[in-house]
Every structure is written in structure tokens, then in C-alpha cells.
Unconditional design. Structure first.
Length: 276
């Protein structure tokens, strides 16, 4: 099982844990929270790839876990990663209490609030709900026959739930690793969610041809928005993200590097889409 788990975790950009780790300056709690984020993310990818879901046989240039080891093993690895993630989450909170970043009253309030965010972000109000809608938008004729505006709203909701939520949690966990106030959690979460939406925009641009061949591109942003609309959406979210990072003095070398990476990646990938 350990070998297969290592296989599942063996590659990837690690953007989400990098965010949490850098904001928490590599503290013990930031490390545990980073592992929580990375394990949850990879657990969700294993499930998304299953034949009953997206039915992908390759991820990151290698066979998916179920393609290499079988569906039953893939499901068990996903469960194990999620349970291990929860252990790291608990350890992260213990480390915050040990460091006395908050009074006991503040700690109780912030742990309750963050646990609520996590339960929502991982359930049907988050990545599970996003995957559910992702499957429906590719298979449900009623959804495909909705008005253009309704289809756009559904697609953006999928992106917010499936990708934005976990990025938002990455920033929230980094924020509390710094001992910051609970009063601004919503602003930090929204900035992270916006950053995640931009990441998904880039991913959709990169995969547009593959998605069209696979399912008609029903779950790709390029099907619903013009080139100029995509540029405007990306620019708006990135500007809001930058403003929040500056307002709360959160910029660090890693976040600057990720921000610039996103800008450059978008400039490269938007060229795939025809337009003036």
C-alpha cells in the first residue's frame, strides 16, 4: 500500500501545499496543513479518474492509479489518503495550540470556523458537488439544452466548487498558521478561490482539444466563453487576488513566483483560442 500511495503522490506541481507552507513560513502547523491539502487533492484525483467518474487512464504522463493497480486498490488508496490527511489536519491544530498563537477562546472559534469550511469544501458544497455537476454537464441533456447564461453559471459553479474551494482552503490554512485574525477569513478564502479559478482557466485552455475529443468540451470554459471574455475573467480575478495579497501584507517570494507563473502560463495558453 505504501508503494502505491507513493506512486499516487509522486508528481504534480504542489501549488496548493506551496501556498500554505509559504504563508506559514514552514512552521510545524504549516507543514501539517500542507500535507493535508496535498493528500486531499490527490485523493480526489484518484476518485475523479475512476471509470465510473471521468474514466481517465493517464494523469501527469503516467497511468492513473486504477489503470496501473486496479479500481479496488485505487479506491482504498484514495480512502487512506483522505484519512491520513485528516490526521495531519488534527496535528496542525495541535501545533497551533502549542505555539499559543491564539487565546483559548480565539482558538476554539477559529478551529470551529475552519472545520466548518473544510467539511463544506470537501463535501457537496465543495469538491464533491463540483465533480457531481461536472459529470452531469457532460451527460445530462437537460443541462446541455439550458440557455447559454444558465450553462455559463453552471460551469463557473463547477470551477468554484471543484477547484476554487481547495485553493481557498490552502490560503485559509496558511492564514491561521500565521496566527492571523478570524475576522478576515472570508476575504482570504475568496482571494484563494479566485486564484484557483484562474488556475482552472489555464488548465481548460491547455486541455481544450482533448476535452472536445473526449466529451464535446461540455466541461471546458472555452465552450461557453469567448476569448475576450476569458481574458477579462482571468484578469479580474488576478487583480482582485493581487489587491488582497497587498492589503493583508501576504506577499512572499513563493506567492510572487506562483503569481508570475500564472500570468505567464495564461499568456501562453490563451494563444490556443482564436480571436482578435
Amino acid at each position: 500500500m505504501r508503494k502505491i500511495t507513493q506512486y499516487a503522490l509522486n508528481s504534480g506541481k504542489r501549488l496548493r501545499p506551496m501556498i500554505t507552507w509559504s504563508m506559514g513560513s514552514g512552521s510545524g502547523s504549516a507543514i501539517d496543513f500542507s500535507l493535508f491539502i496535498e493528500y486531499v487533492h490527490n485523493s480526489s484525483l484518484i476518485v475523479d479518474d475512476l471509470p465510473c467518474m471521468d474514466n481517465d487512464s493517464e494523469r501527469r504522463g503516467v497511468p492513473t492509479v486504477h489503470a496501473k493497480y486496479g479500481e479496488h486498490v485505487a479506491q482504498l488508496v484514495a480512502y487512506n489518503l483522505m484519512m491520513t490527511a485528516m490526521k495531519h489536519l488534527s496535528d496542525g491544530f495541535k501545533e497551533i495550540r502549542k505555539r499559543q498563537l491564539y487565546t483559548q477562546e480565539q482558538f476554539d472559534e477559529i478551529s470551529d470556523s475552519v472545520n466548518d469550511e473544510i467539511s463544506q469544501g470537501l463535501g457537496f458544497q465543495g469538491i464533491c458537488g463540483g465533480q457531481f455537476l461536472d459529470l452531469l454537464i457532460c451527460t445530462d441533456r437537460d443541462l446541455q439544452n439550458k440557455s447559454v447564461r444558465e450553462q455559463r453559471d453552471i460551469l463557473i459553479k463547477i470551477v468554484r466548487l471543484k477547484t476554487g474551494c481547495l485553493f481557498g482552503l490552502s490560503f485559509v490554512l496558511g492564514w491561521i498558521s500565521m496566527g492571523k485574525s478570524i475576522d478576515f477569513l472570508d476575504q482570504i478564502k475568496e482571494a484563494g478561490c479566485g486564484f484557483g479559478i484562474c488556475y482552472q482557466i489555464i488548465d481548460d485552455l491547455r486541455d481544450v482539444q482533448k476535452d472536445v475529443q473526449k466529451n464535446g468540451g461540455h466541461n471546458n470554459i472555452c465552450k461557453y466563453f469567448s476569448r475576450n471574455e476569458i481574458i477579462d475573467m482571468f484578469t479580474e480575478h488576478m487583480e482582485q487576488f493581487s489587491q488582497t495579497m497587498s492589503q493583508y501584507e501576504l506577499w512572499n517570494p513563493t506567492l510572487h513566483e506562483l503569481y508570475n507563473y500564472m500570468l505567464q502560463s495564461f499568456k501562453t495558453e490563451i494563444k490556443r483560442i482564436p480571436g482578435k
